[in-house]
Design a protein around this ligand. Structure first.
Ligand code: PEP
Ligand code: MN
Length: 263
């Protein structure tokens, strides 16, 4: 069902007046994790002032260590909903339990399925029963064929509103957090009719590579880029090393606009 052979025309997803996948490049920006109303509102203010209307923020955080900040849970979703209403933007957050999906639809405009859950087939099937766009991230070590099959799991249950997101894969290279597989973008665009995004934060794990990675993503045909922004990255409860502060984010957007990758 996700195959370009079955449906030659691109899937376009409409969210609060914005079209994802219509050839108009977009950004999804926001903090790694929702930490408080104030922190999320500060980022929403900066993001929307730059004309971006897709705000991210983790509420259920899949962390490597059980002792690290696990997210605010439902309270985080409530904060996102409040901020979405106040700043007139759409919000996206990761859901990890199938039984939380329906509840989360009351708060979110896009449901994210994270890399660690790309092959959680019960979660994929449950997300396939929703009437809500799903952003599906590529698994930590997933082949493109496995990635496409995971999207197929969602679509086979009836939900065709899927955004694919390349976020880097595990290789032997340690210079970056993961290895950004940039050619995944045109391959996914050829093989499927779905919008394709690139997460430059989790793929590179390096602030100095966010801009070149974003330019590469747009140049090679990505429909959008995801990047993390925090009002004070040094004290962020997760991903402190690679989130941009608000000033850096402004420069990031300005550079993408002046180089004509973004409108
Ligand atoms: C995230 O986007 O917050 C995240 C945890 O990313 P990934 O699932 O790609 O690691
Ligand atoms: Mn993060």
């Amino acid at each position: 069902l996700v195959s370009r052979k079955k449906r030659p025309e691109d899937t376009v997803i409409s969210i609060k007046g914005q079209e994802i996948g219509n050839g108009n490049p977009l950004l999804i920006a926001g903090p790694c994790a929702v930490e408080s109303y104030e922190q999320t509102a500060l980022v929403a203010d900066a993001v929307t002032k730059n004309g971006i209307r897709l705000l991210r923020g983790g509420a259920f955080k899949p962390r490597t260590s059980p002792y690290d900040f696990q997210g605010l849970g439902v309270e985080g979703l409530q904060i996102l909903k409040r901020v979405a209403d106040e700043y007139n933007c759409a919000v996206i957050s990761e859901i990890v339990h199938p039984q939380d999906l329906e509840m989360a639809c009351d708060y979110l405009d896009i449901i994210q399925i994270g890399a660690r859950n790309m092959q959680n087939y019960e979660l994929l099937k449950a997300a396939g029963k929703l009437n809500k766009p799903v952003l599906l991230k590529r698994g930590l070590a997933a082949t493109l064929d496995e990635f496409i099959n995971s999207a197929e799991y969602i679509m086979s249950q009836g939900n065709g509103q899927i955004i694919l997101c390349e976020r880097g894969i595990r290789t032997y290279e340690r210079a970056t957090r993961n290895t950004l597989d940039i050619t995944a973008v045109p391959i996914l665009k050829q093989e499927t009719h779905l919008p394709v995004f690139v997460d430059v934060t989790h793929s590179t794990g390096r602030k100095d590579l966010l801009l070149p990675a974003a330019k590469a993503a747009f140049a090679i045909g990505a429909d959008g880029v995801m990047a993390e922004v925090h009002p004070d990255p040094a004290v962020a409860l997760s991903d402190a090393a690679q989130q941009m502060n608000i000033e850096e984010f402004q420069e990031f957007v300005e550079e993408l606009v002046s180089s004509r990758f973004l409108k």
